[in-house]
Design a protein around this ligand. Structure first.
Ligand code: HEC
Length: 140
């Protein structure tokens, strides 16, 4: 293995470690949130199976998601709190996921309502307290 490859490997491992502790800390934040840890755990598996391909493993969204792609379509936005998702109520988010929007397929025939809600719980477990509080206030 070349020196550059080893350095890349080390950098990659550090990134994974940082992301896992971030996720861990984010989960510690949740006593006042609407969802349970069980929903977050259920959502994590569903999210990786059905959503990560477009929205990214950590819900970070597609690269350059604010710009239309070559075919004029909107790329998948982040769901981790860094995008606009927090402007939408829980009912609105689950409706979008169930029915699909733009190039996103509808999920209502693949997942139950409870499973869709669990994917939202997982994405919201990545939201900072500031974003979550802003969302709660805007969507009581
Ligand atoms: C094939 C790619 C693709 C997959 C798979 C996918 N999405 Fe999306 N999703 C998109 C795109 C593209 C948009 C933006 C649609 C638009 O507004 O035109 C979107 C929008 C959304 C929105 C609205 C976000 C906002 O800020 O308005 C939510 C919530 C969402 N997706 C959740 C999910 C969940 C949960 C899953 C897994 C069950 C999923 N998506 C799977 C492509 C995808």
């Amino acid at each position: 293995m070349s020196r550059t490859q080893s350095l890349l490997l080390i950098a990659g491992s550090l990134l994974v470690a940082a992301l896992s502790s971030y996720t861990y800390l984010a989960k510690q934040n949740s006593p006042d949130r609407w969802y349970s840890q069980a929903q977050v755990d259920q959502g994590a598996t569903l999210y990786l199976d059905y959503c990560a391909a477009c929205h990214g493993n950590q819900g970070q969204g597609a690269e350059n998601w604010t710009q239309l792609d070559a075919s004029g379509k909107r790329p998948a936005p982040p769901l981790n709190g860094s995008g606009h998702t927090w402007h939408h109520s829980l009912a609105n988010l689950t409706h979008t996921i169930a029915q699909g929007r733009g190039t996103m397929p509808a999920w209502k025939d693949t997942m139950t309502e409870a499973q869709i809600i669990a994917t939202v719980a997982w994405t919201q477990s990545h939201w900072s307290k500031a974003i979550y509080d802003a969302w709660s206030k805007a969507n009581p």
